[in-house]
Write a protein that binds this ligand. Structure first.
Ligand code: COA
Length: 332
C-alpha cells in the first residue's frame, strides 16, 4: 500500500521591482490625498515594474526561491502561474517563466482566479504532490497590475502594485505538518462588479475599446467591499470550524492584501488580535495573486512564521472567487 502523503511548503521566494510610487505621487496625478488613502485602504506605497512583464516578476521570484533553497531548476516538475495579467493570451506565462528560469524538465500552466489565484493554484499544485506523480511543484502568484490600471481613475489607481512571489511544494510524510485542507468558492454573478471589459472574445480590442478605456480594471469598490468583507470573514470562520479550531489556535492569519479594513474585519470575526495577522499592504498595495506568498515569504524570513505554526490563508477577489486554506508550517 502506498503511504499517504500531503504537500508541504519547503521554500519561498519573492521579487518586487525597485520603483516605488508613494501616496504623495498620487496626490500629484489625481484628486486624492495621503490621509484618504491611508484611512480607507492602509496603503502607503506600491512597487511598479518599469521594464518587463509578469513573467519577469514570476521568474524573479522563482530564481530567488531556487537560490535560497539550493534547488537546481532542472529538478522542478511543474510550474503553476496564478495571474490575471499574463504576458500575452498565448503562450501561457508559465511557458515563458519555465524558459526564463531554466526549468527544462517542468511543464506548466496559468491559472486565473484574480486575487484568489494563489489559493486556487496552491490547491491545484498540492493535488499533483498528493497523487504521487510530482515531487517538486512551484506555485507562483505574479501580477503586473500597473499594465491594466487607469492612472487617471482615483478609485482604482491608488490600490494596486506589481510583484511576484512563489512557494515550492514537496511531498511530506508527517501529516501533522503541511497543507491540511481548504475551502474554495466561486460566484460568477459577481463578475459585473469587478472585471476588465475588453480584449477577450466577448469584446475584442478595437479603436473603440481603447477610446472607452475598456482595457483597464473596472471595479465598483463599494459593492465589492461589501461582499469581500463578508465573504473573506465567513470562509475564514468556516475553515476554523472545519478543523475544530478557534482563533486561539492560529499563529497567523495570512490574508489577501486588498484593504486593511477587510483584513481587520476578518481577524475580528476569527477572534484574532492584530499581532497575529500578516500585513504588508502598506508597502506593496494590492498585488493580486502575489499578496499571500509575499506575506509568507517576508514573515518567514523575518523569523515570525515558525515551524509548527498553524496558519489560515484567506482571499477574496474578482469572479467572484474566494476561499481559505489551513496549513501547519513545516520549515525550520
Ligand atoms: N481619493 C479621494 N477620494 C476618493 C478616492 C481617492 N483615491 N477614491 C474614491 N474617492 C471618493 C469617491 O469618489 C467617493 O466620493 P463621493 O462620495 O463624492 O462619490 C468617496 O471617496 C467614497 O468612495 P467609496 O467608494 O465609498 O470609498 P470606500 O470607503 O468604499 O473605499 C475602496 C474605496 C476602493 C478603497 C473600497 O471600496 C475597497 O477596498 N473595495 C474593495 C476592494 C477589494 O477588496 N477588491 C477585491 C479584491 S481586488
Amino acid at each position: 500500500m502506498t503511504k499517504k502523503i500531503n504537500a508541504a511548503i519547503t521554500g519561498v521566494g519573492m521579487y518586487v521591482p525597485d520603483k516605488v510610487l508613494d501616496n504623495k505621487y498620487f496626490e500629484s496625478i489625481v484628486d486624492t490625498n495621503d490621509e484618504w488613502i491611508m484611512t480607507r485602504t492602509g496603503i502607503k506605497e506600491r512597487r511598479i515594474l518599469e521594464q518587463g512583464a509578469t513573467s519577469d516578476l514570476a521568474a524573479g521570484a522563482i530564481k530567488n526561491l531556487l537560490e535560497t533553497t539550493g534547488t537546481d531548476p532542472e529538478e522542478i516538475d511543474l510550474i503553476i502561474v496564478a495571474t490575471v495579467t499574463p504576458d500575452m493570451f498565448f503562450p501561457a506565462t508559465a511557458c515563458l517563466v519555465q524558459n526564463k528560469v531554466g526549468a527544462k524538465n517542468a511543464w506548466g500552466f496559468d491559472l486565473s482566479a484574480a486575487c484568489s489565484g494563489f489559493l486556487f493554484a496552491l490547491d491545484t499544485g498540492s493535488k499533483f504532490i498528493e497523487a504521487g506523480t510530482h515531487k517538486k511543484v512551484i506555485v507562483v502568484g505574479a501580477d503586473k497590475m500597473s499594465s491594466i490600471v487607469d492612472y487617471t481613475d482615483r478609485n482604482t489607481c491608488i490600490l494596486f502594485g506589481d510583484a511576484g512571489s512563489a512557494v515550492l511544494l514537496e511531498p511530506n510524510e508527517d501529516l501533522n505538518f503541511g497543507l491540511q485542507n481548504s475551502i474554495l468558492k466561486v460566484d460568477g454573478s459577481g463578475s459585473e462588479a469587478l472585471h476588465m471589459k475588453a480584449g477577450g472574445s466577448a469584446m475584442p480590442s478595437s479603436h473603440e475599446t481603447i477610446d472607452n478605456k475598456y482595457h483597464y480594471i473596472y471595479q465598483d469598490g463599494k459593492a465589492v467591499f461589501k461582499v469581500a468583507v463578508k465573504g473573506m470573514a465567513d470562509v475564514s470562520v468556516e475553515i476554523l470550524e472545519k478543523n475544530n479550531l478557534t482563533g486561539d489556535d492560529i499563529a497567523w492569519l495570512v490574508p489577501h492584501q486588498a484593504n486593511l479594513r477587510i483584513i481587520d474585519a476578518t481577524a475580528k470575526r476569527m477572534g484574532l488580535p492584530k499581532e497575529r495577522v500578516t500585513i504588508n499592504i502598506d508597502k506593496y498595495g494590492n498585488t493580486t495573486a502575489a499578496t499571500i506568498p509575499l506575506c509568507l515569504t517576508e514573515y518567514y524570513r523575518d523569523g515570525k512564521i515558525k515551524k509548527g505554526d498553524k496558519l489560515v490563508l484567506a482571499a477574496f477577489g474578482g469572479g467572484f472567487t474566494w476561499g481559505a486554506r489551513y496549513l501547519v508550517w513545516s520549515m525550520d
